[in-house]
Write a protein that binds this ligand. Structure first.
Ligand SMILES: NC(=O)c1ccc[n+]([C@@H]2O[C@H](COP(=O)([O-])OP(=O)(O)OC[C@H]3O[C@@H](n4cnc5c(N)ncnc54)[C@H](O)[C@@H]3O)[C@@H](O)[C@H]2O)c1
Length: 283
């Protein structure tokens, strides 16, 4: 199978930026699109800082850094997203994603693979709102995308087999370990991890432990990050949306009821690292 030489990434937030940086580091010409000009500029600044830091640590040479930068194209014009594969990493809302996917299909004359980085939206439900559902699959990276090894590849009922073959090959081209998953609520990782966040939130809501205590205990017991630090890294809004979507998709089981504390954080825009405040302060 031929390697992928051009990719479009839609959404330049936490995940889109990381995925675009990864693609460019792996030699792929990468078009990074966002509707928000400021977010696009911040993304560029963050990627440049990450690359500088890699160079200072001796992980990439000077010439390589310039080549990676040259492979990254930042745009707020969706019409620039012409590529054989488009990775979608925009907000976790089905209708917004479906609109974008349909536009990208049209721009590419229906000759592109649509890989959604959704954490929790059903690929079959998304496919039902897309004009060419055979082009769509899930390609779920983890945060930070440049570092985390796992990629969940989600096959929808209508996904063409060659789409999965290409996405598995692409994941390997990106140095990742892909695992094909069924289209079940939260796929595998987000389903298994839900109680990790929800039980931690409940302990704090009920005054039985502090945020710091929970994180310290979980980290001392072997977890790389406590649940609150992890929610801050993921983005509290994204994590809350995932909780709501998984809870609803499973028929609203009480054990997975989304947390009021988390909802309040979203309402006051304390979203974690990306907003400067979450369960911890970052500025
Ligand atoms: N944050 C995580 O840890 C994580 C991990 C895995 C998967 N995901 C998934 O990745 C996706 C993005 O999450 P994120 O954390 O990067 O979110 P984010 O809030 O950091 O970024 C979302 C970006 O989408 C942009 N956007 C919104 N509507 C758009 C549109 N119509 N066209 C183009 N851009 C648009 C916003 O301007 C923003 O820059 C979500 O589906 C999320 O579930 C997130």
């Amino acid at each position: 199978m031929e390697t992928i030489s051009t990719i479009a990434v839609c959404g330049a937030g936490t995940m889109g930026s990381g995925i675009a940086q990864l693609c460019a580091q792996k030699g792929i010409d990468t078009i990074l699109f966002d509707v928000n000009e400021t977010i696009l500029q911040n993304s560029r600044r963050r990627i440049w800082m990450n690359l500088d830091s890699l160079q200072q640590k001796g992980k990439i040479a000077g010439a390589e850094l310039a080549a990676i930068q040259k492979r990254l194209h930042f745009t707020h014009q969706l019409s620039d997203c012409v590529a054989p594969v488009m990775i979608e990493a925009i907000i976790e809302q089905k209708e917004v994603k479906a609109t974008l996917l349909n536009q990208v299909l049209t721009i590419n004359q229906y000759q592109t693979i649509l890989a959604s980085n959704t954490s929790s939206i059903s690929i079959n439900a998304l496919a039902a709102a897309v004009s060419h559902p055979q082009c769509l699959a899930g390609l779920h990276f983890f945060n930070p995308a440049t570092i985390m090894q796992l990629v969940e590849v989600i096959k929808g009922e209508q996904t063409a087999p060659e789409v999965i073959t290409t996405l598995l090959a692409l994941s390997k081209q990106l140095g990742k370990t892909p695992v094909v998953c069924n289209d079940a609520p939260g796929f595998i990782v987000n389903r298994v991890a839900r109680p990790y966040y929800l039980e931690a939130l409940r302990l704090v809501e009920q005054g039985l432990a502090t945020v710091e205590q929970v994180d310290a205990v979980m980290e001392a017991s072997g977890f790389k990050m406590g649940p609150f630090k992890l929610m801050d890294l993921i983005g509290i809004d994204i994590n809350y949306s995932v909780s709501c979507i998984v809870w609803e998709a499973l028929g609203k089981p009480p054990r997975l009821t989304p947390s009021a504390l988390q909802q309040q954080k979203v309402e006051v825009k304390q979203l974690g690292k990306k907003s400067g405040t979450g369960f911890y302060q970052y500025q």
